[in-house]
Design a protein around this ligand. Structure first.
Ligand SMILES: Cc1cc2nc3c(=O)[nH]c(=O)nc-3n(C[C@H](O)[C@H](O)[C@H](O)COP(=O)(O)OP(=O)(O)OC[C@H]3O[C@@H](n4cnc5c(N)ncnc54)[C@H](O)[C@@H]3O)c2cc1C
Length: 346
């Protein structure tokens, strides 16, 4: 399927409903799908439209059905043997065919590695635009235009972007940013099966094997507590101490980009605009100054604790609890205090 010509004279009234492009990996629904449904429902309610979840795959009907517990009005299951494994061509062609046939008004895609790959391709194939990496969405109830907000100019300002003339309005939304839809015991809604016109020759990349990484998996998105280290650690050894505090608290380890760029820790730990967006109950920032691009990824944490030797560090403007001091003294004292369950005394 080729890039569609952008048609400036479409009839906006022909387009309906809010679609969420669900994601599955190895036949398991990715959590971002439930976050997108939560956000899709909020938008749909404001304009009195329905929420439809779209999932592509093969032989995953039982897994797809689970989404009916999250309050969608309908699921469209794009089913084809060639969609068993993800391919940009296969998923983009199949989803574009569906969009061109059904004409959704809004299409939300997760800004995951898969969504960032396939989302722009779908937009090009259906002849619309796409606002990538949105951190918040709202809707103008008068005309149904979505207000898509994302960091711009290196994260130094937030831009709100609209798509006034084309449909669907498409956004990719970062995982971990939106509230998940709530689970209801009783499923509701219907499932429609869509069989796309897809041939082997349409898929230019062939999957010849899968290599499972032996890296320790890091789940920052679901972590209740995160202990993050920054340039203030002064070296990779600092992360051993961060890990110790994290183990003591049952937390995950995060990092600033400066720490990642210095090669002290793997990039899967990076929190921020170009890393993972997190919203834990407790975020402990150790030796992190609080640059806007870092705050963009953790500012929604319930409680922020900052440890920094500079009393003027910007992180102290956003934290709930601030400790001014040398992290190499503060963190061992915290670990000891937690081990002994004693009061802190710095
Ligand atoms: C387009 C773009 C995207 C970006 N994306 C990200 C992103 O996703 N995530 C991210 O983190 N950054 C990102 N950045 C980089 C960001 O601008 C900052 O450079 C980075 O966050 C700084 O990391 P830091 O706070 O660890 O280092 P610094 O800003 O150097 O701060 C180190 C802090 O440690 C403190 N310190 C030093 N020694 C000690 C000690 N012994 N005890 C206690 N405190 C101490 C210092 O007072 C200082 O406040 C991005 C930048 C751009 C332009």
């Amino acid at each position: 399927m080729k890039r569609a010509k952008v048609n400036q004279n479409i009839n906006l009234a022909d387009y309906h409903d809010v679609w969420v492009i669900g994601e599955q990996r190895e036949g398991k629904i990715h959590p971002v799908t439930v976050e997108l449904i939560g956000e899709g429902k909020k938008l749909a309610e404001k304009i009195g439209k329905k929420v439809v979840a779209v999932v592509a795959g093969s032989e995953i009907e039982e897994e797809v059905k689970k989404l009916l517990h999250y309050g969608v009005d309908k699921i469209i299951y794009i089913q084809h043997p060639l969609l068993k494994d993800f391919s940009t061509d296969g998923y983009a062609i199949a989803t574009s065919q569906l969009i061109l046939e059904k004409k959704p008004e809004i299409v939300l895609v997760g800004a995951t590695s898969i969504g960032r790959d396939v989302g722009p391709k779908i937009a090009a194939q259906v002849g619309t635009g796409l606002v990538a990496d949105c951190t918040s969405l709202d809707i103008d109830p008068e005309d149904g235009k979505i207000l898509q907000t994302r960091p711009a100019f290196g994260g130094n300002l937030m831009a709100t972007i609209i798509c006034p003339k084309n449909r669907p309005q498409m956004s990719t939304v970062r995982p971990g940013v939106m509230q998940k839809a709530t689970y209801a015991e009783n499923p509701k809604g219907e499932i429609e099966i869509f069989v796309p016109k897809l041939e082997e020759k349409d898929i230019r990349v062939k999957l010849i094997g899968k290599i499972v990484t032996d890296k320790k998996s890091v789940n920052l998105i679901d972590a209740k507590i995160i202990v993050s280290g920054g340039r203030g650690l002064k070296g990779a050894e600092g992360f051993e101490m961060i890990q110790k505090l994290a183990d003591t608290l049952g937390a995950e380890v995060g990092a600033s980009r400066a720490a990642v760029d210095s090669g002290w820790i793997d990039s899967i730990h990076q929190v921020g605009q170009t890393g993972t967006t997190v919203r834990p109950d407790v975020y402990i920032a150790c030796g992190i100054s609080g640059a806007i691009q870092h705050l963009a990824g953790m500012g929604e944490s319930k409680y922020i604790v900052a440890i920094n030797k500079d009393p003027n560090a910007p992180i102290f403007k956003v934290c709930n609890y601030g400790i001014v001091g040398d992290l190499y003294k503060v963190i061992p004292a915290m670990i000891e205090a937690i081990d002994k369950k004693t009061e802190f005394d710095f």
